[in-house]
Write a protein that binds this ligand. Structure first.
Ligand code: FMN
Length: 148
């Protein structure tokens, strides 16, 4: 069974909701899914998964959330070759650096050898139906890539 690890960073719940959308979709695809909040998660947990997902909001001036910084730093020391990853998150287009933390996490995954399974999904605030459809497609593409 394909193992999926979803790690989210969320203050007001939007990225947690994104995590639940993805959990449901990956479970529909027959995967074994584990989801956890970033400050409660060891980066090494990705080593036990086939598919690695980060869903993170972006904070002031496009930065990775404070509570995600240790995790972000620890990720740099991993070897995730052979894993398929996806990054997504919620942001607000009011800010210049819309969803920049999503791209920051994507760069780390690239650096540590993981394979991108789908283009990043960036959600304006809370996920609405078209975002949910987009996230479902994102999960399907990642799942397909992990079967190759
Ligand atoms: N969103 C962005 O896309 N880029 C930013 O630079 C950014 N800075 C923010 C700074 C502050 C002080 C606050 C309160 C929000 C900021 N946001 C920014 C918006 C949040 O990322 C957005 O509200 C997101 O939906 C929060 O996700 P959550 O519900 O999972 O906590």
């Amino acid at each position: 069974m394909t193992k999926v690890k979803i790690v989210f960073a969320s203050i007001t719940g939007n990225d947690e909701d994104i995590g639940y959308v993805l959990t449901e979709k990956f479970e529909d695809l027959g995967c074994d899914v584990d989801m956890s909040e970033v400050s409660q998660t060891d980066a090494e947990d990705f080593e036990d998964a086939d598919i690695c997902i980060v869903a993170s909001y972006t904070y002031d001036q496009g930065i990775v959330p404070d509570e995600a910084l240790d995790f972000y730093d620890d990720m740099q020391d991993l070897d995730l070759s052979g894993k398929v990853y996806g990054v997504c998150g919620s942001g607000d287009t009011f800010y210049e650096d819309f969803c920049r933390a999503v791209d920051e996490f994507g760069q780390v995954f690239d650096k540590v050898g993981a394979t991108r399974g789908a283009e990043p999904v960036k959600v304006e605030l809370d996920p609405e139906q078209d975002d949910i459809d987009h996230l479902d497609t994102f999960a399907e593409q990642i799942y397909k890539k992990a079967q190759e």
